[in-house]
Design a protein around this ligand. Structure first.
Ligand code: PQ2
Ligand code: NAD
Length: 246
């Protein structure tokens, strides 16, 4: 349904109950989102709500070594299992207000109670901390992209909320375009970073070294596609000989 079709209808976004003025639909596309990669290891991440969405968000945070606490009176069996094995902390209760955000880096909320979701957003915003109320754009100060992960590579696709379904389709297409060979090459180049930093004196020298391999002939990606990782190691060794100071 085009945005204009919402005007004057009852709002479906769980936030603005009552008559829709389309503000949040327009706001999203006018928001220039700043894309970043966050380090979660050792940081407290709070998930409020323990249904299907609470589980999905918890798994995403655990995959990045977040220190996850779930607050919810009821959770599904998978979250219960994660709590039993000590992978997360489950506080079996309702959200208790701003005190629950003490020391928390990021909160993701997916309760089925709109008033609670709004309160969590307001409490988090008052502390200038990261908050995402799942699927409710006006209650997010960050949104989650669709993700393709391969080893150290992560390709994030955002449509600024215009179409999560399209982001999901693009994820499949991007995964076909960039296969494992890109992750393998990234790891091989990472292995050469210590040498480059210890041997090549300037930023410009190091840039020229890495670009000569990544964009060189023969193409390292084509070699890896052909299963010839030894040839890529030879390429790297040759570039080291060419670029090392005399
Ligand atoms: C990418 C992904 C990541 C993730 O969730 O981790 C994600 N949504 C996913 C799936 C998905 N979400 C929805 C559908 C149904 C089809 C459709 O609507 O298109 C599907 C598809 C499915 O479920 O298969 C419905 C939906 N989502 C939002 C609204 C609100 C609105 O439109 O007002 C509604 C309508 C609710 C309703 O109608 O009631 C809002 C948001 N969803 C976002 C992220 C953020 C913007 C991302 C971007 O920049 O594009 C944002 C703004 C906030 C946020 O939640 O962070 C994940 C991909 C999973 C994957 O990677 O496989
Ligand atoms: N599951 C989906 O695919 C999906 C998709 C889009 C939107 N939604 C909506 O998102 C919300 C969450 O989805 P779900 O499937 O995970 O829901 P769910 O109903 O299975 O889970 C809701 C969770 O919130 C908890 N909760 C309720 N009040 C709370 C409070 N005061 N404090 C802390 N926790 C509280 C409940 O105990 C439960 O664990 C729902 O409103 C749902 O309609 C769900």
């Amino acid at each position: 349904m085009p945005a204009a079709a919402y005007a004057g209808k009852e709002c479906v976004c769980q936030f603005k109950r009552g008559i829709c003025d389309q503000t949040c639909v327009k706001d999203m596309l006018e928001t220039p989102f700043y894309i970043a990669c966050l380090k979660l290891k050792g940081r407290k991440c709070l998930v409020v709500g323990g249904g299907a969405l609470g589980l999905e968000k918890t798994e995403g945070l655990l995959a990045c070594d977040g220190d996850v606490t779930v607050i919810a009176p009821e959770v599904g069996p998978e979250l219960e299992q994660l709590a039993a094995e000590g992978s997360i902390t489950w506080e079996r209760r309702e959200y208790g207000g701003a005190a629950d955000l003490e020391g928390v880096f990021m909160v993701i909320a997916c309760t089925d109670d709109t008033d609670v979701n709004i309160k969590i957003y307001d409490d988090a915003e008052a502390r200038a901390m990261l908050v995402n109320i799942v699927d409710v754009p006006p209650l997010c100060n960050f949104i989650l992209p669709a993700l393709v992960r391969m080893g150290p590579l992560a390709i994030a696709i955002s449509t600024a909320g215009a179409s999560p379904a399209l982001a999901k389709r693009m994820k499949r297409e991007v995964a076909e375009l960039f296969g494992d060979e890109y992750a393998t090459l990234a790891i091989m180049l990472n292995d050469a970073r210590g040498w480059a930093k210890g041997t090549l004196p300037t930023y410009q020298d190091r840039k020229a070294f890495f670009e000569s391999i990544v964009n060189g002939e023969p193409d390292p990606i084509a070699l890896l596609r052909a299963g010839d990782s030894a040839a890529v190691l030879d390429l790297i060794a040759a570039a080291q000989r060419t670029h090392a100071p005399a």
